[in-house]
Design a protein around this ligand. Structure first.
Ligand SMILES: Cc1cc2nc3c(=O)[nH]c(=O)nc-3n(C[C@H](O)[C@H](O)[C@H](O)COP(=O)(O)O)c2cc1C
Ligand SMILES: CC(C)CC(=O)C(=O)O
Length: 398
């Protein structure tokens, strides 16, 4: 039975082959940041007001000029189409049906055009990684523009791919290598195996025909991206990106006040405060702990989106109270896709919607605009968090 997002994770764990589940679920190195992302929410409790009319809670909002029915968006996730066939199309449809946005990763299985044709461009953002081959980078932006995507989200926290040790242990490659273990694993996860047989062999769909993926047979994500992504990108390149993209521009992966101020000086419309879900630099602080410094640095000059560890509606309310305008979720929508395809993603968004409404009612602030830091208490000693860290560390050592 599915009553919350953790249930979707459990479902996904049963449904997906080990290497695919670990690719989605895992983080970098010791996974400190991955664990911290969750535990940081325990540092905050609520200050609730009583006897407020909460008969009409309203979580609708606007983001970069677009009306949204909820402040929860779907984060870019490479290889979503490995979790369910045509996974990006299914997730984009779910987001559009629920009045919110889907962000397509540069590293998607379905192409920019396929997703663009499935839903209105107004409910789509495109996430950009800058390739060494600037012709390819330029073409990605032109294709997203031609397909009607509303905003461009440049990810800035991958100058090198984080080391995901679960992927190394599992020998995870794209496309998945056909080995005896992988065949057995697929047989033990027959629904996923049959699903995948119904789709073309998954690869990085935006690069088919460019010669970049055809040559590569079964390569690790880190080897591929370290070969293709440009580690020399600097603030100066933003001007070039700006000259090619006329819509709203956001930077994803900003993690300190200095960079937030620079981003504003460069005229970006939005920032995504994120540590890439703990998949890049291990021992970055929990994403929630990055938020106040960045909100203070931005001083309202750009819209701030938060991601990292959101698993409850109350987490969304806390991030908004700390100054975010909206939140992205990554793994939860991938677990949901693995569990029930498009219907699973819609269910995940519904679960969060109900939890957000209930939290707003219980704290006596029926609208998002009424949320600020006075809605929270900082827990001096988050005892549950300390205990949780000890337990998780103990599990990790087993
Ligand atoms: C499987 C997977 C693939 C991801 N791929 C990308 C990507 O291609 N581009 C990107 O900017 N972020 C990527 N991310 C990071 C997410 O956009 C997001 O920052 C992160 O998942 C948020 O944390 P959460 O999973 O705890 O919600 C990926 C995350 C996961 C789990
Ligand atoms: C396929 C990868 C490059 C996607 C990514 O950014 C990630 O796994 O975090």
């Amino acid at each position: 039975m599915i009553v919350n997002l953790e249930d979707l994770r459990r479902h996904a764990r049963r449904r997906l082959p080990r290497a695919i589940f670990d690719f989605v679920d895992g983080g970098a190195e010791d996974e400190y940041t991955l664990r911290a992302n969750r535990l940081s929410f325990e540092k905050y409790a609520f200050r609730a007001r009583a006897l407020v009319d909460v008969s009409q809670c309203d979580q609708s909002t606007t983001l970069l000029g677009k009306q949204l029915s909820t402040p929860v968006l779907l984060a870019p996730a490479g290889l979503t189409g490995l979790v369910a066939p045509r996974g990006e199309v299914l997730a984009a449809r779910a987001a559009a049906n629920k009045g919110t946005l889907f962000t397509l990763s540069t590293m998607s299985v379905c192409s920019i055009e396929e997703v663009g044709a499935a839903v209105p461009g107004s409910s789509l953002w495109f996430q950009l990684y800058v390739w060494k081959d600037r012709g390819i980078t330029r073409a990605l932006m032109e294709r997203a523009k031609a397909a009607g995507y509303h905003a461009l989200c440049l990810t800035v926290d991958v100058p090198a791919m984080g080391r995901r040790e679960r992927d190394s242990r599992n020998g995870f490659t794209v496309p998945p290598r056909i080995t005896l273990f992988n065949l057995l694993d697929a047989l033990m996860h027959l629904r996923w195996g049959l699903w995948m047989l119904s789709a073309p062999r998954p690869t990085f769909g935006n690069f088919v025909g460019t010669g970049k993926v055809e040559k590569e047979d079964a390569i690790s994500v880190a080897s591929f991206t370290n070969k293709q992504f440009d580690p020399s990108v600097t603030w100066a390149d933003l001007e070039w990106i700006r000259s090619l993209w006329s819509g709203p521009l956001l930077l994803k992966g900003i993690s300190c006040g200095e960079d937030a101020r620079l981003a504003v000086q460069h005229g970006v419309e939005g920032l995504i405060v994120s540590n890439h879900g703990g998949r890049q630099l291990d021992f970055l602080p929990a994403a929630l702990d990055l938020l106040p410094e960045i909100v203070d640095a931005v001083e309202g000059r750009a819209e701030i989106i938060f991601d990292g560890g959101i698993r409850r509606g109350s987490d969304v309310v806390k991030a908004i109270a700390l100054g975010a305008r909206a939140c992205m979720v990554g793994r939860p929508f991938l677990y949901a896709l693995a569990s029930q395809g498009q219907a699973g993603v819609e269910l995940m968004l519904d679960l969060l919607r109900v939890e957000i409404d209930r939290t707003l009612a219980l704290i006596g602030r029926p609208r998002l605009s009424q949320l600020d830091r006075s809605a929270l208490r900082f827990e001096e000693r988050p005892r549950a968090a300390e205990k949780g860290l000890e337990l998780l560390a103990a599990n990790h050592m087993k």
